[in-house]
Design a protein around this ligand. Structure first.
Ligand SMILES: Cc1cc(N2CCCCCC2)n2ncc(-c3ccc(F)cc3)c2n1
Length: 259
């Protein structure tokens, strides 16, 4: 909004109410860990008669935008579902394009993430990613491993059922080797065996584009998570939408199964 003042135009703040809402949100419990299923990239492109990869590229920019805002709000962990084990079924050219996004993202944003004390992590099976993708990821993880701020975790070639099977195999091996007694297996044993070991459980899950399902994402970890589903397509997801999801979270009465 522009206001004429002594012939000089100046842009008023985007919205005083937005800034007030940000202040309000940060006075209450901001979710420690937010997980996001970033859906709607292909549809965003199709609506604009653009190739699907244009939606993925725009979606990558949204990851940067939302990471900055989550960091500003004091979120401790942000986990984003960037590529599922099922995504390999997409056309070869689309997968090849998507697999170049980590390098582009890090090339542009890694210096700022280091400046912001953000730590980069990944969950999934990186061994099946192209070498250039894996190297970019490993470099970012190495360069940020001592950071103590927001933990930004990319779920890449990730599937929750495969994660649980792998964790179960490792626990069974520990029992077989006499390192662990069956009666000592607890929920904590599983938490420690999963790829998300060390992360707090997500308090808020956001899924964009109107889809209402988990798509094999963090099935164990989301047991007590609040869900926020929005029709907004991921490339259109902006600070106002994250703020809306957090305000919704703050308005809920979390009981963890109790009364
Ligand atoms: C495979 C993939 C897809 C990907 N999309 C953009 C977001 C929408 C969902 C699919 C496409 N994005 N966006 C950022 C990354 C990324 C991954 C690792 C990393 F260290 C830095 C950035 C990414 N990776």
């Amino acid at each position: 909004m522009l206001k004429k003042w002594f012939g000089k135009t100046e842009t008023l703040p985007i919205s005083e109410s937005f800034e007030e809402r940000v202040q309000q949100a940060t006075q209450h419990t901001v979710p420690t860990h937010i997980a996001i299923i970033m859906d709607g990239n292909g549809r965003w492109a199709k609506k604009r008669s653009l190739p699907r990869v244009a939606g993925h590229h725009e979606g990558m920019k949204t990851v940067r935008k939302i990471t900055r805002f989550a960091d500003r709000l004091g979120v401790k962990a942000l986990t984003v579902y960037a590529f599922s084990t099922e995504n390999w079924k997409r056309p070869k050219a689309e997968v090849e394009f998507i697999m170049k996004l980590p390098q582009e993202f890090l090339g542009d944003f890694l210096p700022e993430m280091i400046e912001r004390n953000i730590r980069v992590e990944t969950i999934g099976e990186p061994e099946y990613l192209p070498k250039h993708t894996r190297l970019a990821l490993e470099e970012a993880i190495e360069q940020t491993k001592h950071n103590t701020g927001l933990v930004l975790t990319f779920a890449l070639n990730y599937g929750s059922r495969a994660e649980i099977v792998k964790a179960t195999q490792n626990i069974a091996t520990a029992v077989k080797n006499g390192v662990l007694a069956v009666e000592d297996i607890t929920e904590e044993t599983m938490n420690a065996a999963l790829m998300t070991a060390g992360l707090p459980e997500p308090e808020l899950l956001i899924r964009t584009s109107g889809e209402v399902r988990l798509s094999n994402f963090m099935l164990w970890q989301l047991a007590y998570t609040e869900f926020f589903f929005t029709d907004v397509l991921w490339p259109d997801f902006a600070e106002q939408h994250l703020l809306e999801a957090i305000e919704s979270f703050q308005g809920r009465d979390r009981r963890y199964g109790g009364l």
